[in-house]
Design a protein around this ligand. Structure first.
Ligand code: PMP
Length: 402
């Protein structure tokens, strides 16, 4: 008898399963608006031109080897990543009360950050995630032993933020709870708090001593402006919070499979930062020993070279620009078809995703009748929409909502 006799079958991951079904579908008009990866207007994966340049530099570097990286990653990488999110003049950087740890993309940053808090954060075992959120937040925080609860976020009536519900949750939560906040381009809703709303959130979080755990997977990808997308994080730092920020270079560098990420840590003092970093190094050693080199080399080559950095911002504007155009095209087409309901939320929302408000039964019909693949919650990845398929998509949506 196998020692694995009693291991039950786990369900397949919803998103990766959707892509599998899409690939197996032979219908020529099929559309994949499930997966969160950028596509060109020809629906092809996109290697950023600036990434190709950085790769050429790396391949031509005769001194490049395949030695181990330091446990927390090269400082030339983590420092550049910290600077990118906090801004060069950040008080945390000026006062040296920060640390950076290279992680396995944004997922690894979430995990490593959560693991650290499970061991060293003594105020609370409660962690609040938005309803809805990226499915992995719950997995990651419960895996390390947190008691995970949801805070209201999406208001289906307004198809916008449930600001009142969110603040109420924060007021009622036990002192010192951990709040996982999407820094920009909330996944899956595409709805972000306004700057005034962020100010209100910060105020209540300070009153209640909650810990801000920012997840930033879309800096620069959301608005096309790296600073604008970092506004909320920087505001919290200015307000004197200690916090974590998970950074992913999957989307904004198109380095999905290379797993380049960073966890930025802001503390009260330089001594705090050093202590925290030393414990992160200890954890990282037993988890991955040291982080992978290739993706992070590309990122740091670009971040540490002004010319390449400028080119990167143009590549970001192309990606975010195409997404914004497709939002407009989809909304225009639905309006033209007189599709019942209001569709302004499609252009109001930001980032890779649009939360359409389509119901599970409608999503099912889209898949079965139209070969259009999206997650059950009605989330559309705008990256899967192109000038060539937007009419077909709108007509299909029109059919299911009538
Ligand atoms: N957080 C959020 C909210 C995300 O949407 C994603 C990407 N889907 C991630 C983190 C991390 O992704 P990755 O591990 O590929 O960087």
């Amino acid at each position: 008898v196998s020692v694995f006799q009693d291991v039950p079958q786990a369900p397949p991951d919803a998103i990766f399963n959707l892509t599998k079904q899409y690939k197996e579908d032979t219908y020529d008009k099929k559309i994949n608006v499930g997966v969160g990866a950028f596509r060109t207007d020809d629906l092809k994966p996109y290697v950023l031109p600036v990434v190709k340049k950085a790769e050429a530099i790396l391949f031509n570097d005769a001194n490049l080897d395949h030695e181990y990286q330091p446990i927390a990653g090269e400082e030339s990488y983590t420092r550049a990543a910290v600077k990118l999110i906090l801004g060069e003049d950040s008080p945390a950087i000026v006062e040296k009360r920060y640390a950076g740890v290279q992680t396995i993309s944004g997922t690894g940053a979430n995990h490593t950050g959560a693991l650290f808090l499970s061991l060293f954060y003594k105020k609370s075992k409660k962690c609040f995630i938005s309803n809805p959120t990226w499915a992995n937040h719950r997995n990651i925080f419960s895996l390390v032993g947190f008691d995970v609860e949801e805070y209201p976020y999406w208001n289906p009536e307004t198809r916008g933020l449930d600001y009142v519900g969110l603040l109420q949750s924060m007021r009622e939560a036990p002192e010192g709870s951990i709040y996982v906040l999407h820094a920009c381009a909330h996944n899956p809703t595409g709805v972000d708090p306004t700057q005034d709303e962020w100010k209100g959130i910060a105020e209540v979080m300070r009153e209640k001593n909650h810990f801000p755990f920012f997840d930033c997977a879309y800096q620069g990808f959301a608005s096309g402006d790296l600073n604008k997308d970092a506004w909320a994080v920087r505001y919290f730092v200015e307000q004197g919070f200690e916090l974590f920020v998970c950074q992913s270079f999957a989307k904004n560098f198109g380095l999905y499979g290379e797993r380049a990420g960073n966890l930025t840590i802001v503390t009260k003092s330089e001594t705090n930062a050093q202590g925290v970093l030393s414990q992160f190094e200890k954890l990282q050693r037993s988890e991955i020993s040291n982080p992978p080199a290739f993706g992070s080399r590309i990122v740091k080559t670009v971040l540490n070279n002004q010319e390449l950095y400028n080119e990167w911002t143009k590549n970001l504007q192309y990606m975010s620009g195409r997404i914004i155009e497709m939002r407009k095209a989809l909304r225009d087409k639905l309006t033209e078809l007189n599709t019942p309901g209001t569709w302004n939320h499609i252009t109001d929302q930001i980032g890779m995703f649009s939360f359409t408000g389509l119901k599970k039964s409608q999503v099912q019909v889209l898949k079965e009748k139209y070969h259009i693949y999206m997650t059950e919650n009605g989330r559309i990845s705008m990256a899967g929409v192109s000038t060539k398929n937007v009419d077909y998509l709108a007509e299909a949506i029109d059919y299911v909502v009538r």
